[in-house]
Design a binder for this molecule. Structure first.
Ligand SMILES: Cc1cc2nc3c(=O)[nH]c(=O)nc-3n(C[C@H](O)[C@H](O)[C@H](O)COP(=O)(O)OP(=O)(O)OC[C@H]3O[C@@H](n4cnc5c(N)ncnc54)[C@H](O)[C@@H]3O)c2cc1C
Length: 366
């Protein structure tokens, strides 16, 4: 089990102003049944949930745990719905995180710690930090979704990952009712991975996330396209705000806006392979797009391989591959979860056959 930090269980529970277990009469917030989910997932898949509940606190979750009807239902914790694929109606309880709030918590010589509630919109939170003159998160601008979901897959873009600035988070363990605080080490962050996709899968409901933002900030221009675009705009010493604006511009140019074309961002993870396998592949495909990793392994550009297999711009039923970005699957109108998964499987088969590489789906399948 992950450890609980010095700010222990009771202190964390107190932050939510509640006793820790079963000592209050639980009040279940208003429940809706057969709730439509189409507007709550960015792929725009039409599906319903057997029960739907907006939750704002650990107390709300304790009330659900204590309710004999609700506590036994399968659960889906929902943020912005930008990283999940609904394979059909959800015969369970959707817990939609709705808690709001962001604040500066503390500082030391090197960092300022800020905290946001799970239901906050990620991009708005990033913009808020920049408005407070607290740089650090700018490379992660415009990633859709909520603050609470951001640690789940250790969101990353343009040379930065959430883990680079992560301080700690608070979650409620739905199985035990405990409210726990985890530091960065305990979260086991990896490439689009964390403890919340492993040991704590289906049990942790993240309530808030804190970030340690550097007082002595350095721009992160390790991503070539970002550096090139800044130098093309003749920005010699970019501010965090400059970087955020360029990231936003690049993203708007390259990625479909989910409010216009349903999608869940990158549909497949970029596979990481050994140096030896990479050397063999390079002999066959000298144009192979790849990135050396600090651990000696090599990350392959999944989008390039999908493009080579001829999928860019193609469709299978109502699901398709975006014209500009082969890594992004899209809803051409009325796509069901089954349509999307059929297309994904066809792409996976082709890439496996041609390159001998297995593509792993990035969004969560529900
Ligand atoms: C156009 C587009 C671009 C994208 N670009 C990027 C990118 O550049 N980099 C990147 O990393 N991702 C990207 N994504 C994916 C997505 O934005 C992120 O994964 C985001 O963090 C998902 O947040 P969400 O609130 O929408 O999560 P949801 O889709 O609601 O949920 C995703 C998963 O997290 C769980 N979850 C959600 N909230 C909580 C919580 N509070 N506690 C516990 N579990 C929770 C859900 O149960 C589910 O398993 C992109 C998506 C889109 C549509």
């Amino acid at each position: 089990m992950p450890h609980i930090l010095a700010e222990n269980f009771y202190a964390a529970a107190q932050r939510y102003n509640r006793p820790t277990m079963n000592t209050v009469t639980p009040q279940v917030p208003a429940i809706a049944s057969h709730w439509p989910l189409q507007a709550l997932n960015t792929f725009g898949i039409a599906a319903t949930a057997r029960a739907y509940l907006r939750v704002s606190s650990a107390a709300d979750l304790q009330a659900v745990r204590a309710n004999p009807t609700l506590s036994v239902l399968p659960r889906l914790v929902l943020g912005g719905g930008s990283n999940l694929i609904l394979s059909g109606d959800f015969d369970g309880l959707v817990l939609h995180l709705a808690n709001q709030g962001k604040m500066i918590v503390s500082e030391d010589d090197a960092h300022i710690v800020v905290r946001a509630q799970a239901g906050e919109n990620w991009h708005e939170f990033v913009q808020w930090t920049l408005a407070q003159n607290l740089p650090g998160l700018e490379n992660l601008s415009l990633i859709p979704g909520s603050v609470g979901a951001a640690p789940i897959q250790n969101i990353g873009a343009y040379g930065s990952e959430l883990k680079d600035f992560f301080h700690s988070l608070t979650y409620c363990d739905f199985l035990t009712g405990e409210v726990c605080v985890l530091d960065r080490e305990a979260c086991h962050f990896g490439y689009r991975d964390s403890i919340f996709k492993q040991e704590l899968r289906d049990r942790a409901v993240i309530l808030d996330v804190s970030f340690a933002l550097p007082k002595h900030w350095q721009p992160n221009l390790s991503y070539t396209e970002l550096a090139n675009e800044l130098s093309a705009s003749r920005v010699a010493t970019p501010t965090a705000r400059d970087i955020s604006e360029v990231v936003i511009a690049i993203r708007r140019r390259k990625l479909p806006d989910p409010s216009v074309i349903g999608n869940a961002g990158s549909f497949f993870k970029n596979p990481v392979i050994s140096n030896e396998v990479h050397a063999e592949l390079l002999k066959k495909y000298p144009q192979l797009v790849s990135y050396a990793q600090p651990d000696g392994r090599v990350k392959l550009a999944a989008g390039w391989m999908i493009d080579q297999c001829g999928w860019k711009g193609k469709s299978l039923g109502a699901a398709g591959v975006h014209e500009k970005q082969a890594l992004v699957l899209i809803n051409r109108g009325g796509a069901s979860g089954a349509d999307v998964l059929k297309l994904a499987q066809a792409i996976q088969d082709d890439v496996q056959q041609r390159f001998g590489v297995k593509l792993e789906i990035e969004p969560v399948l529900v």
